[in-house]
Design a protein around this ligand. Structure first.
Ligand code: CU
Length: 114
């Protein structure tokens, strides 16, 4: 059990290192135009929810619409009620758009359990 856990933890750390190389710097890569017609849902996992602020921290994959690579970061909900039903650990699919310095989730849904 302990070895298995250690291996799993090690794997997660490696994956985290690959998936979130810029967590500390939080760079968003090249600056693409603020608006985009791309409506491709991005994948993410809920890490934290703050219903009072209407924000959510997601570990997300690549978001082509805003030219962002995988990382863990905070988003604003376009509508705070979007937090309803979401729980930490949920895998989600979402749309995000850039509004000034904010990244706003305009649509979010739970992904099917795998
Ligand atoms: Cu990001």
């Amino acid at each position: 059990m302990k070895l298995r856990l250690a291996l799993a933890t090690g794997t997660l750390l490696v994956l985290a290192a690959i998936a979130t190389p810029s967590f500390a710097q939080h760079r968003h890569g090249v600056d693409l135009p603020a608006t985009s017609s791309t409506q491709e849902l991005a994948d993410g996992e809920v890490r934290r929810i703050d219903p009072a602020k209407g924000t959510v921290v997601l570990r997300h994959g690549e978001i082509k619409a805003i030219g962002m690579g995988p990382m863990t970061m905070s988003f604003k909900f376009k509508d705070p009620t979007m937090a309803t039903g979401l729980q930490v650990g949920d895998r989600v699919r979402f749309l995000v758009e850039r509004q000034g310095d904010d990244f706003v989730i305009t649509q979010i849904q739970k992904a099917k359990e795998s």
